[in-house]
Ligand binder design. Structure first.
Ligand code: C2E
Ligand code: MG
Ligand code: MG
Length: 523
């Protein structure tokens, strides 16, 4: 008994088993696999291999075959059967105490609570948001060393019963592998992710394969993980993670974790680059005219950011995701104001884009008012276009900020109107002077009666709300005529002028009447 207890103490185990030459449990000491259930004694007389899940059986047989006194096989991580319905993750260490040979001892340490593999419906898995909030929580914990594991099961996205049952089992297995038993997420029908301790040993791929095999499916499984330890600070990491995760989901089929690690690394690097770019003002603006559709006269210019030769869309999205957009939008406003102050541009008006995210705090609005405080009249020559790419989080607060800007003389335009789900809500709750109808409506405006009806109603609605309308991405005379006939007031697009280094008016390109040299009022 003494040597057995010593063995148990040595292995720091929950349960100590002694096996006969066939691998049958002769004696069991310590706790059973169910925390409040029977003791391990109930295992006496049972073959150890029948107590572990399928994935553990071969390593167990190999270890039993190889064992000799003073030779310790590598530990085996396996699922141990608790009762007919439940299993528990455990680490098994086999050893042979010289004075008990040929008996073999097996020390079992449990890891996590018992869980069931028999779940009729898929357990609730997290989405990306849930996953990220867990990552944030784990990283905030002292010493929080976590990894995000990706599991691809390409054959799982089939809608029959067997596949659905298999998906439920896979979900249960992944939950059980996750850090607190509920940190697994389903990113796509055949792609999962979970947060786990970065030193966790469980062989996820094998367990998932076994779960599918239990439903008679032989599915390929690929599991990889990206460690997140040591990537402080937490918030930028979580934001970068979201960005990388979404990129990864969009890419589909690619090797989940490898793509993800790359994407995360790339994202963190690009964030650094973007920050430096804003700080040194190492970007430029191009100006594209917006014309009065009735007269062809340029009304104002939209400032569009340029990073070298690249278009801004990707960098802007990254900046929005990583919380860097506010500083950037303000830097854009600063550059546009410099342009407005240049000699010869005293009558020019410029629209700058402002991400909805930049209206999430007072910093942008305060900054813009500060930049224009010395000569406030210039505010009458600025318009901000609130882009919808990042939703406005607190719409009431954003509305208050826009009201402050309008009181100061800055005009407000809702950009890309009609494509985002929040458009009508914006129209209803954000104070604005102008609505810019998204360019996608322009594509089919000639042929598509529905698009025309929509625009006509929108124009009426805006007229009732005393707002003007702009149509963007007008490339052809036909589009311009169609849109003007529907009552849209202003137009922007290649037909009237491409974005250019300076806000200078080329010869007007009237749709109906030609009238040169005039500068229209905001009205
Ligand atoms: P947006 O504000 O809707 O800008 C219009 C986009 O349409 C611009 O793309 C412009 O170059 C392009 N465009 C103009 N006319 C035509 C046309 O006739 N046909 C076609 N196919 N395209 C046309 P760009 O410059 O790539 O900008 C993309 C988006 O990036 C902008 O969309 C805006 O949402 C964002 N953005 C640009 N600058 C800034 C900025 O300073 N701050 C913020 N927050 N966002 C910005
Ligand atoms: Mg715009
Ligand atoms: Mg747009």
């Amino acid at each position: 008994m003494k040597s057995r207890l010593l063995g148990m103490a040595f292995a720091a185990a929950d349960t100590l088993l002694e096996l006969d030459a066939d691998g049958r449990v002769d004696m069991a000491l310590g706790a059973g696999p169910c925390p409040r259930g029977a003791t391990a004694e109930t295992w006496c007389g049972v073959l150890l291999k029948d107590l572990v899940g399928k994935a553990g059986q071969k390593p167990l047989a190999d270890a039993l075959a190889a064992i000799r006194p003073n030779v310790r096989p590598a530990p085996i991580d396996a699922l141990v059967v608790c009762d007919p319905d439940r299993v528990r993750r455990a680490r098994l260490r086999l050893f042979q105490l010289p004075d008990l040979a040929p008996a073999v001892s097996c020390a079992i340490t449990y890891d996590g609570a018992p869980f069931t593999l028999e779940i009729p419906d898929a357990p609730n898995l997290l989405g990306v948001d849930g996953l990220l909030s867990l990552v944030r929580g784990s990283l905030l914990e002292p010493g929080g060393d976590v990894a995000v594991a990706f599991v691809d099961v390409p054959g799982l996205a089939v809608a029959d019963d067997a596949h659905q049952r298999a998906a439920a089992r896979v979900a249960a297995v992944l939950q059980a592998c996750s850090i607190d038993g509920s940190s697994a997420a389903r990113l796509a029908p055949d792609r999962f992710a979970l947060v786990r301790a970065s030193d966790s040993q469980a062989d996820i791929a094998t367990e998932v394969r076994d779960a599918a095999a239990a439903e008679g499916l032989d599915l390929a499984v690929r599991a990889r993980q990206a460690a997140l330890s040591g990537v402080a600070p937490v918030e930028p990491t979580v934001r970068a993670l979201r960005f990388a995760l979404e990129a990864c989901i969009k890419e589909g089929g690619a090797d989940g974790a490898a793509a993800f690690s790359d994407s995360l690394r790339r994202t963190l690097k690009e964030a650094d680059r973007f920050r430096a770019m804003v700080q040194t003002r190492d970007f430029s603006l191009q100006y594209q005219p917006i014309v009065d559709l009735a007269t062809g006269v340029t009304h104002h210019f939209e400032a569009l950011a340029r990073f070298g030769s690249r278009g801004p869309a990707d960098s802007i999205r990254l900046a929005e995701e990583l919380g860097l957009i506010e500083g950037f939008d303000l830097a854009v406003a600063e550059k546009a104001l410099q342009q407005l102050r240049r000699p010869g541009f005293g009558l020019t008006r410029i629209a700058v884009n402002v991400s909805g995210a930049s209206l999430g705090s007072n910093a942008y609005v305060d900054g813009l008012l500060r930049l224009t405080a010395a000569a406030p009249d210039i505010r009458n020559r600025i318009l901000i276009e609130v882009t919808e790419t990042a939703a406005v989080a607190d719409i009431e607060a954003a509305a208050r900020r826009l009201t402050a800007l309008r009181k100061a003389g800055v005009r407000v335009c809702l950009d890309d109107f009609g494509v985002g789900a929040a458009s009508l809500d914006y129209l209803h709750r954000l104070p604005a002077d102008t609505v810019k109808i998204d360019g996608r409506f322009m594509r089919d405006i000639g042929a598509d009666q529905r698009a025309r009806d929509l625009v006509a109603h929108l124009v009426d609605l805006c007229a009732d709300l005393k707002m003007t309308t702009i149509a963007e991405m007008i490339e052809t005379e036909e589009q311009a005529t169609a849109i003007r006939d529907l009552g849209v007031g202003y137009g922007q697009g290649w037909l009237f002028g491409r974005p250019a280094a300076e806000p200078v008016t080329a010869a007007p390109k009237p749709v109906a009447v030609r009238r040169r040299g005039a500068v229209a009022s905001w009205g």
